[in-house]
Design a protein around this ligand. Structure first.
Ligand SMILES: *Cc1c(COP(=O)(O)O)cnc(C)c1O
Length: 471
């Protein structure tokens, strides 16, 4: 008995002494001893607990809602490594099916049963793969022609997402940017073509520009490029970065030609975890046909007589996202995706309308082409306002909303804008709550006697550029 008591006492002492509740969570060195799983769970959970309610996070493009069965499927597959094709050959086949389905949504002309494509951790990896393939194809041709191949470049608008800067730096490919301007709020096709030369590996138009929500006109670019390529004898291709638009356009604007229906479009990338409606991280890239996927990138595997491609930067990767994507295709079907995307569009348009009606604001574009949009202060109102959109961001944050304010790239940096991205799971109710919170905040700002800190900073900067304010 005594022995047992002693033992308990000793254990209690140990628990007390090492009780992680009384110690800070490790941030430098691995703890010397183990922690009870329940306590470890609480510690980790508490540290990450709902900084922002994902439903109120209108900053992210990434899926914050999947239904119960999708979540169950993905959780059940959490221990499957996609790369173990021998152990899980059906996952590789399912991946091939997803690529086929996406390729056909984009009007692939590929005759073969298995389309040339790859999955990635997100659009970033998918963009890289598209860019690398363009670079390798160009290099091969230059080598064959006995011409130098040490100065590749690609052309994109200044509205590019940061992955293209990474691509340029990591692969040492010069990035030539076409400035966005008040006249050309998307890629100017003529300017893009003028920036090309014999060293241009591709032009990259964007569907769903991260900064503005707009679409570059791929059809017009294709036409301009066709004329240019015919005149010069080059064959500069197009890679479409359709991170958002790739899963929007096929459903809500099927008549718009931006995909493989256009002659010079040879590869397209998208994010499965954006409007593909899958939890992060999942991206896809598809080539026009096998001939555009350089052999050096293509590690093909034979399974049951079908050729499955293995193309990617990473080796091991989670398989659960593939199950989630394939589930969505079955569960929603074309009509289901169309409904979800149309609802997001309708809510985005509703908010766009309501915000556009407020005298303090002006929408950036004349239309909403993806379920996201930006707006700024009305230029007249801005001359006398005592606040900025950064103040509105802070104020909304206090009601739990995440609605980011930022300045546009390069030529347009004078303008502070605010962006809303609508995703599946958002509702009319939430939209009305948001509008209310925006109106209340603005009402408060209108009563200000003195300019806010962010306003003072903004005016200081603008005055240096010669702008005049009237208060
Ligand atoms: C989001 C985005 C990317 C990067 O995609 P991830 O899925 O986050 O890796 C690339 N290009 C555009 C246009 C994007 O919107």
């Amino acid at each position: 008995m005594n022995k047992l008591k002693e033992k308990v006492k000793e254990m209690e002492g140990r628990i007390l002494k090492d009780d992680p509740i009384l110690e800070s969570a490790p941030d430098n060195v691995i703890p010397a001893n183990s922690t009870d799983p329940e306590i470890a769970y609480q510690m980790v959970r508490q540290e990450t607990y709902a900084q922002t309610n994902p439903m109120l996070n209108l900053a992210t493009f990434v899926t914050t809602y999947m239904d119960e069965y999708a979540t169950k499927l993905m959780n059940e597959a959490i221990n499957i490594n996609y790369i173990d094709e021998t152990e899980y050959p059906r996952v590789a086949v399912m991946n091939g099916k997803c690529i086929n389905i996406i390729a056909n949504l984009w009007h692939s002309p590929e005759k073969a049963k298995w389309k040339a494509g790859a999955l990635g951790i997100g659009s970033s990896e998918a963009c890289m793969l598209g860019g690398i393939s363009a670079w390798l194809r160009w290099r091969k041709k230059r080598q064959a022609a006995g011409k130098p191949y040490d100065k590749p470049n690609f052309v994109i608008s200044t509205g590019y997402q940061v992955v293209w800067e990474k691509f340029a730096q990591l692969w040492q490919v010069e990035m030539r940017t076409v400035p966005l301007s008040d006249e050309h709020i998307t890629l100017d096709p003529q300017k893009a073509v003028e920036m090309c030369d014999e060293n241009t590996i591709c032009i990259v138009p964007i569907q769903g520009v991260t900064w503005t929500g707009l679409n570059d006109d791929v059809d017009a670019l294709n036409q301009a490029l066709d004329i240019y390529n015919t005149r010069t004898g080059y064959d500069i291709p197009i890679h479409v970065d359709a991170a958002s638009g790739g899963f929007i356009l096929p459903f809500i604007a099927p008549h718009v030609k931006w995909d493989f229906r256009l002659k010079w479009v040879v590869s397209i990338s998208t994010s499965g975890h954006k409007y593909g409606l899958v939890y992060p991280g999942l991206g896809w890239v598809v080539w026009r046909d096998k001939s555009f996927l350089p052999e050096e990138m293509n590690f093909s595997v034979n399974y049951l007589g079908s050729e499955i491609y293995q193309v990617g930067l990473n080796f091991s990767r989670p398989a659960a996202q593939i199950l989630g994507q394939y589930y969505n295709f079955i569960r929603l079907g074309f009509e289901g995706y169309k409904k979800v995307q149309k609802e997001s569009m309708a809510l985005a348009k509703y908010l766009w309308d309501e915000i556009g009606k407020m005298p303090q604001f002006k929408n950036y574009a004349k239309e909403v082409v993806n379920p996201l949009f930006i707006w700024h202060m009305d230029p007249e109102y801005n001359k006398t306002a005592k606040w900025t959109l950064y103040d509105l961001q802070n104020s909304l944050q206090q009601s739990g909303w995440m609605v980011p304010a930022y300045t546009l790239p390069n030529n347009l940096t004078d303008t502070i804008v605010m962006r809303i991205v609508i995703k599946q799971g958002f509702t009319k109710d939430l939209a009305d709550m948001l509008i209310n919170d925006i109106r209340n905040a603005v009402e408060g700002f209108e009563k200000l006697e003195y300019p806010t800190q962010t306003r003072l900073a903004y005016e200081r900067e603008e005055r240096q550029k010669g702008r005049v304010f009237t208060h």
